[in-house]
Ligand binder design. Sequence first.
Ligand code: FAD
Length: 287
Amino acid sequence: MKISGLFKRGRPVFSLEVFPPKKDGSINSIYSTLDGLRDLSPDYISVTYGAGGNLADTKTRQIASLIKNQYGIEAMAHLTCVSCSEAEVENILVDFKKYGIENILALRGDVNPNVPPKDDFRYASELTSFIKARGGFDVAGACYPECHTEAPDIDTDIENLKKKVDAGADFLVTQLFFDNSYFYSFREKAVRAGINIPMTAGIMPVTNKNQIERMVTMCGASIPRALSHIMAKYSDDPKALLDAGVEYAAIQIDGLLRSSVDGIHLYTMNNPEVAKRIFAAVKKTSL
Ligand code: FAD
């Protein structure tokens, strides 16, 4: 099933993101994650690809196929062009089709300093038009409510995002943010720039101080005062930090649902228990 159709049902699309087990990890470790996430009945689950500059392999496809064909949940495979030549992308698309994967999050990716980047595609927009030209896939794109770290300013970043939309992107998924006002202002600017495809809000729960500080350094999201207060207050109490992080994410999601968001995409960090607690805390009726 193509995910874009889900946005036409008149209610927010609820999705989850998982990552493949690390380099030497067995693919089997993903089963317990998916067993837990299945209970949340997500509209789809996406699977990252070579994230954080890790070398990509076929695990993304294997897990996306597992989600779709064994768990019966729609899947979206991420694909980055910084690590793939045109011929490699062509082969990956054939493989995706073979396993019934119909949705791709087309990304440029971040350069791994130890691996020279491939240069057939410069930007995600070029990968998007390449995939759309082959047909058979819905393509999603990433967007950045607080501006992509390499863009000089938010207006330029939105101009570049429009190129990705014009290349055929069907819907957008945002980078994580902790202050909903960035999302609202970005959504308004994007609409003014002629971007009218659905935009799903990416939410990452704060469950671990170091992990969040690492993510924020990588992606440039800011930490609002209320959240930095929580992180400082519970820095020596991981359980209390987790409880407060769950509540913070639930409040963020509740606010977004009240503002007619197109979808919520939860970065689960492969932790189904946290995802379950967040959604138990959100008013279920809106989802
Ligand atoms: P692009 O859209 O190509 O943009 C990159 C930069 O180039 C931006 O600054 C943009 O303004 C600029 N730009 C774009 N087009 C043009 C143009 N035509 N001319 C000039 N400038 C231009 N990374 C992974 O490695 N694996 C993953 O699985 C993964 N999943 C992600 C999921 C989400 C929801 C998000 C938000 C990010 C994800 N990332 C992932 C991270 C992503 O790869 C990085 O943020 C990367 O730096 C940018 O990718 P992009 O697709 O947004 O790039």
